[in-house]
Design a protein around this ligand. Structure first.
Ligand SMILES: C[S@@+](CC[C@H](N)C(=O)[O-])C[C@H]1O[C@@H](n2cnc3c(N)ncnc32)[C@H](O)[C@@H]1O
Length: 241
């Protein structure tokens, strides 16, 4: 892995890691860096969700992951403008139930079509209180002409069942997406080049390199950036963690 500073970085202090000739990872601000990177066949992103992170009653005390989400401000949402149909043929974007009403009209206006898909958790948190159980997470797959969903009939299911990664324990991150979910998404997106501007610990990148795609990721948190470098390098060597 070659690590260096990017002299052309709009953010000034951006670190760049190159892994082989198909992966480039930036440690820095996605809003400054993504517009400078140009066209990708697909942007696949899991941005900060927007939801009420407090609550949970007695069970809340046992949910250390939620404290980390609050500490890292992963419950404050994101600027939709980072999804730019002039810079990608398709986008896959994860979102919380509470932000669907704002996000979907933005997507519908910017792409030819979209599908609302769902990761169904096999091991949801055992809590409901005055709401539904947190047993599913949504993602929208939106595409412009020529970038429609790929795969055989089984791959084109709108739902994917997988166990939730207890990410805090495994990768030190509260919202790691499971390999099975990311592998399916990567099979569904058209084209060869993928960008994840909110890459966290690199789950999109791991799936992308396993599928032989080129990948560019951006992450602002130095610890998560290092984890992503390590995971993606291991995936390239065929020793995915
Ligand atoms: C929901 S997490 C992504 C987790 C990832 N899917 C995984 O499996 O590890 C969102 C990530 O976006 C990062 N982030 C938030 N704002 C950012 C920004 N402006 N630029 C770059 N990264 C950002 C956070 O540090 C966090 O790691």
């Amino acid at each position: 892995m070659i690590l260096g500073f990017d002299p052309a970085s709009p953010a000034g202090d951006t670190t760049v890691a190159r892994i082989g000739n198909r992966v480039t990872l930036y440690r820095g601000d996605a809003y400054a860096i993504r517009p400078t990177l140009g066209w990708f066949d697909a942007d696949v992103m899991d941005p900060p969700y927007e939801f009420r992170a407090e609550g949970g009653g007695h069970y809340r005390k046992a949910r250390g992951g939620m404290d980390q989400i609050i500490d890292e401000q992963l419950h404050k949402g994101f600027d939709h403008a980072i999804i730019n149909p002039l810079l990608c043929g398709a986008v896959v974007v994860f979102c919380h139930n509470d932000q669907l009403a704002k996000l979907l009209p933005y997507l519908d206006g910017n792409f030819e079509r979209f599908a609302l898909c769902m990761w169904r958790k096999k091991n949801p948190q055992p809590v409901a209180n005055k709401h539904y159980r947190p047993d599913s997470e949504f993602y929208a797959h939106c595409w412009s002409k020529g970038y429609h969903p790929q795969g055989d009939l089984a791959d084109k299911a709108r739902t994917v069942d997988a166990y939730s990664v207890r990410g805090k324990a495994k990768f030190g991150h509260a919202t790691v997406k499971p390999d099975a979910v990311m592998d399916k998404i990567i099979r569904n997106v058209a084209g060869e080049s993928i960008c994840d501007p909110f890459m966290g610990t690199g789950s999109t990148g791991v799936a992308a390199v396993k599928a032989g795609k080129t990948f560019v990721g951006i992450e602002q948190n130095p610890t998560h950036f290092e984890t992503a470098c390590r995971r993606i390098a291991a995936a390239m060597e065929g020793t995915a963690q």
